[in-house]
Design a protein around this ligand. Structure first.
Ligand code: PMP
Length: 430
């Protein structure tokens, strides 16, 4: 495959941008080789600067759940830009999207819009700290909650890929206030809580993890956390930046029937524009400025173009429940196809999946937490990634990522992905 234009761009980029990219995992460090530079995308396809076509399994890391360049969102954005790009003042659509979010996400009574998932999680723990008057938080090893200082402790996603889960620049003071527990280990959480009585403001997790690859909560895990948080007055936060509007229209909390106190959102909520949000119980959200004393603000928050895209996306999802049945079916077909291929090839790698999220882990251990995710053969994943890319399948360039399917995938695409997977496995196993 000719990617010479991408290679030339990457070489030039490295002169002016740290590592040549504006977000680390894009540099392909975990899989080797040169990243492809994307020029355009439509429906299930992305096209690179050398005009190679790929079937999308990442979809901008989640937001493009309806596929690329959906006509309704395109129209909403082009209509919105006729009225200027930003006002820094309240607008009608902010009210409409807030009302819609509170109707779609079971636990959200009030919501504040921000510009990224990182801002959403940073703000949510600030509010939890203000509300409880406590400093410490609990997070889980391998969960990624954006690049806020408090979360770069045993973080997943790019931070794992680069082997620097504890970033320089995070002060000891901040790090000391973040306690970590292994995912799916209720006893460990109970011990942390017992050892820090009355000091824990919040417990945050990905209710389904995407950032150590796709890892599901064990039976009773979320319920157990809810109980511990209730007993100890800890604000229970679901980071649904990935799972929100994806695992169902009300996210993981609707799918599992568990109500957190606060929820963080991102990705799909902006329809591809830079948007995040945090929301939850009115009693807690009333602590946010200007109603309450916890300060949080944004020049571009609730940006009219971003709100037009987000509102159109969420309205569509709200009105089209068949989106979710289609995504479930696509996920099933794909994962079953992968399992059949592995059987045929005598391989027993682990594939974790739920709805339209999945990860094929290059390990035969069950993957339920960070250590088991890390038992994967990373060099082998790198080879597999490139074998898939050569066959026109665009995946996340790291073992520690979940893939995200879109409704633009038709059966013919799913069959092509299954075939490419089988051929790639054959190639890399040798
Ligand atoms: N939380 C989760 C669960 C995420 O997956 C991410 C990003 N992948 C974030 C927070 C941070 O979001 P953003 O990249 O928009 O800052």
């Amino acid at each position: 495959m000719n990617i010479s234009t991408s290679q030339a761009l990457f070489e030039k980029a490295q002169n002016f941008i740290p590592g040549g990219v504006n977000s680390p995992v894009r540099a392909f460090r975990a899989v080797g080789g040169s990243p492809v530079f994307i020029k355009s995308a439509k429906g299930p396809y992305v096209y690179d600067e050398d005009d190679n076509e790929y079937i999308e399994l990442i979809n901008s890391w989640g937001p493009m759940i309806l596929g690329h360049g959906h006509e309704l969102i395109q129209k909403a954005v082009s209509d919105a830009i006729q009225h200027s790009f930003s006002f820094g003042a309240p607008t009608r659509r902010e009210v409409e999207i807030a009302e819609l979010i509170t109707s779609m996400v079971p636990s959200i009574e009030k919501v504040r819009m921000v510009n990224s998932g990182t801002e959403a999680t940073m703000s949510a723990i600030r509010v939890a700290r203000g509300f409880t008057g406590r400093d410490k938080i609990i997070k889980f090893e391998g969960c990624y909650h954006g690049h806020g200082d408090s979360f770069l402790i045993a973080a997943g996603s790019g931070a794992v890929t680069f082997g620097t889960p504890d970033s320089p620049g995070v002060t000891k003071g901040v790090a000391n206030d973040t306690l970590t527990a292994p995912y799916n280990d209720l006893d460990a959480v109970q011990k942390l809580v017992d050892a820090n009585k009355g000091q824990i403001a919040a417990l945050i997790l990905e209710p389904v993890v995407g950032n150590m690859g796709c890892v599901l909560p064990a039976e009773g895990f979320l319920e157990g956390l809810r109980r511990i948080c209730d007993e100890e007055g800890i604000v229970f936060i679901f980071d649904e930046v990935m799972t929100g509007f994806r695992l169902s229209k009300g996210g993981a909390q609707e799918r599992f029937g568990i109500k957190p106190d606060l929820t963080t959102l991102g990705k799909i909520i902006g329809g591809g524009m830079p948007v995040g949000a945090y929301g939850g119980k009115a009693e807690i959200m009333n602590w946010v400025s200007p109603l309450g004393p916890v300060y949080q603000a944004g020049t571009l928050s609730g940006n009219p173009i971003a709100m037009a895209a987000g509102l159109t996306m969420l309205s569509y999802l709200n009105e089209h429940p068949e989106v979710y049945s289609q995504l479930e079916l696509s996920g099933h077909k794909l994962v079953n196809g992968f399992k059949n291929s592995m059987k045929k090839l005598g391989l027993d790698y682990t594939i974790n999946s739920i709805g339209s999220m999945y990860t094929l882990f290059f390990t035969d251990q069950q993957v339920t937490d960070f250590p088991s995710a890390k038992s994967s053969n990373l060099p082998l994943f790198g080879k597999y990634f490139h074998a898939m890319l050569d066959r026109g399948i665009y995946m996340g360039p790291s073992q520690f990522e979940s893939m995200f399917l879109s409704t633009a995938l038709e059966d013919s695409h799913i069959e092509r992905i299954i075939q490419a997977n089988e051929d790639s496995l054959k190639e890399v196993i040798g």
